[in-house]
Design a protein around this ligand. Structure first.
Ligand SMILES: NC(=O)c1ccc[n+]([C@@H]2O[C@H](COP(=O)([O-])OP(=O)(O)OC[C@H]3O[C@@H](n4cnc5c(N)ncnc54)[C@H](OP(=O)(O)O)[C@@H]3O)[C@@H](O)[C@H]2O)c1
Length: 263
């Protein structure tokens, strides 16, 4: 994507991006950095390529202790948090519908996709409310509206819950000075997704292009004809957390190249 000059519009802001070492989270962290923010990232494993401009906290955010650790380290190390991007999420449960899933599948998915943001919001909101300032972004998914029950039943349910929770939270804390927004991407072309396409192609003796078309067909087609690049999602998040989006709160933004079939 073309490089813009963001005029250091986030200069002086402290931002946290969960799952900021890979995929969309990495692109969001880079984008906030470009706009001048101090950016902290979290994941279970350190980033593959070290970037001295990003501050890394190792933590498993699917646990309550992991979330507490991040809140404590950020607030003791930086004194406050201005921008919280709850990006971490994903699905690793087996396909096959309801009967293939056990409690562990449901719990692990709900913990990472719904409870991690709930716990981090709870940890960071008091100081945002006290200062009457802050922005919280919840990265959901179009699957919150377009469930693919055969492959990602718990994930879609968790993301639907996240969208609903995000709206409720916005109603509660916007009058106290904190903006809360949901961003629901469609398919994103991450490194993990590239590897996954390669695997499908190998297993089905087809090309990567054919595998990509197969995934797009399963989604009902993507009018844009391709998945989003992580930087395209990051660019939108960068705008939403900036002062240019000062009146935006309590809404969900879909960024899916036209995938969702309804308005
Ligand atoms: N990719 C898509 O097509 C797509 C579509 C719609 C929505 N989304 C949403 O967009 C967001 C980003 O997805 P992505 O595909 O870009 O992610 P990704 O490439 O799979 O990266 C996931 C990130 O989260 C970290 N992570 C995973 N489990 C964790 C845990 N338990 N505790 C702490 N960190 C953890 C990973 O690092 P470690 O493994 O080292 O912990 C990594 O940094 C997610 O909310 C996802 O649901 C993605």
């Amino acid at each position: 994507m073309e490089q813009f000059n963001y005029n250091n519009e986030l200069s002086g802001k402290i931002a946290l991006v969960t799952g900021g070492t890979k995929g969309a989270g990495k692109a969001i962290a880079d984008r906030l950095l470009q706009a001048g923010a101090t950016v902290i990232i979290t994941a279970r494993n350190a980033p593959e390529q070290e970037n001295n401009n990003l501050y890394f906290i190792a933590s498993d955010l699917s646990t309550a202790e992991g979330a507490q650790k991040v809140v404590k380290e950020v607030l003791s190390g930086y004194g406050r948090l201005d921008i919280l991007v709850n990006n971490l999420g994903g699905s690793s449960t087996p396909a096959g519908g309801f009967a293939s899933l056990n409690d562990e599948d449901w719990e692990s998915t709900l913990h990472a996709n719904l409870l991690a943001p709930v716990r981090l919001d709870r940890g960071f909101l008091p100081q945002m409310i006290e200062r009457k300032a802050g922005v919280i972004i919840h990265i959901a998914s179009i699957q919150g509206k377009l469930p693919l029950y055969d492959s990602t039943l718990p994930y879609a349910a968790a993301k639907a819950g996240l969208r609903n929770y995000s709206k409720s939270l916005s109603n509660e804390v916007t009058p106290k000075g904190v903006r809360v927004l949901t961003v629901s991407p469609g398919w994103i072309n991450t490194t993990a997704s590239e590897a996954w396409l390669g695997e499908i192609a190998r297993n089905s003796n087809s090309t990567v292009e054919e595998a990509q078309q197969g995934v797009m067909n399963a989604l009902g087609g993507i009018p844009f004809g391709r998945p989003a690049e992580p930087a395209e999602v990051a660019e939108f998040v960068g705008f939403l957390v900036s002062p240019r989006a000062s009146y935006l709160t309590g809404t969900e933004y879909v960024i899916d190249g036209g995938t969702l079939p309804t308005i």
